[in-house]
Write a protein that binds this ligand. Structure first.
Ligand SMILES: [Zn+2]
Length: 270
């Protein structure tokens, strides 16, 4: 019976507790929060990097590890007053060329020790990272064991982890609930299906802003380099005033995490 009751409380916490987190966050902060993450810093293709770093807003810049520009981009991001996070490559559900991942990436089936080693090594080339999200990862995000190790690393190091939701069947939210940790998931991509036109990016920024307004917080993800670049940077720059005029505060990932975490109840201790 006791087992059943605790099982029931876990199920109830998944279905009942999660939606209320955002309401509490909104009440505490007063303003809805929008976190704008920009992926794919660190690589060879630097298109949009300079424009993105000149945007007058606290963007969160995700840097790929152990690449030619990882260290230099991390420093430039910090100097521009923006937040650095690690853009951790993880295996896809289909075969992709090795070069798409870079030298350090998590594979489905890696042991806990290997997952920890890989993220630790990656963080060394992206100093002062305040959290991490997923590069590619459509396979790993469907693997509960490997995702469990990723969350274990996040919990052990008190780092926010964002499920970039690169596959519709991601199980990261379930794993986060089981680990009793806040789930942070990407709400909107700014260049879905490879459409990186200025107008399209603007549209998706506003979709994200409206989610933030309605739910209290949202996470949107755009790109520098081949998957985004100049248009994405210009669309973001020209949207900042409109987002502010909607009463939304643009916050770096660490601040969003702090706000949500401060009201998160660890159901395991209840
Ligand atoms: Zn990426």
């Amino acid at each position: 019976m006791k087992k059943f009751t605790s099982f029931l409380s876990i199920i109830l916490s998944i279905f009942l507790f999660t939606p209320h987190i955002s309401d509490i966050a909104l009440a505490q902060n007063n303003k809805p929060m929008l976190t704008i993450i920009i992926d794919d810093f660190g690589g060879f293709d630097q298109s949009g990097v300079d424009t993105m770093l000149s945007v007058d807003a606290p963007l969160t810049c995700a840097v790929m590890p152990n690449l030619e520009n990882s260290l230099a981009n991390s420093k430039a991001i910090e100097e521009s007053g923006k937040e650095v996070i690690l853009h951790m490559p993880m295996q896809a559900h289909v075969h992709l060329p090795e070069s798409w991942y870079g030298p350090t990436y998590i594979c489905s089936g890696d042991s806990k020790e290997i997952v920890f080693q890989k993220i630790t090594s990656a963080l060394e080339s992206v100093p002062n990272a305040k959290g991490f999200n997923i590069h590619i990862g459509s396979g790993v995000c469907q693997n509960p064991t490997t995702m469990g190790y990723v969350y274990d690393f996040a919990i052990n190091n008190n780092l926010p982890f964002v499920d970039s939701r690169t596959h519709i069947n991601t199980i990261a939210q379930t794993v986060a609930s089981q680990k009793n940790v806040i789930y942070l998931g990407r709400d909107e991509f700014l260049e879905p299906s490879g459409n990186k036109s200025y107008e399209s990016v603007k549209h998706h920024i506003m979709v994200g802003a409206n989610i933030a307004k309605e739910r209290g917080h949202a996470i949107i993800i755009g790109h520098v380099g081949a998957h985004g670049g100049e248009n994405t940077a210009k669309a973001i720059a020209s949207s900042i005033e409109e987002i502010k005029s909607m009463g939304i505060e643009i916050v770096p990932l660490s601040k969003l995490y702090e706000n949500l975490n401060s009201t998160f109840v660890n159901t395991e201790n209840e």
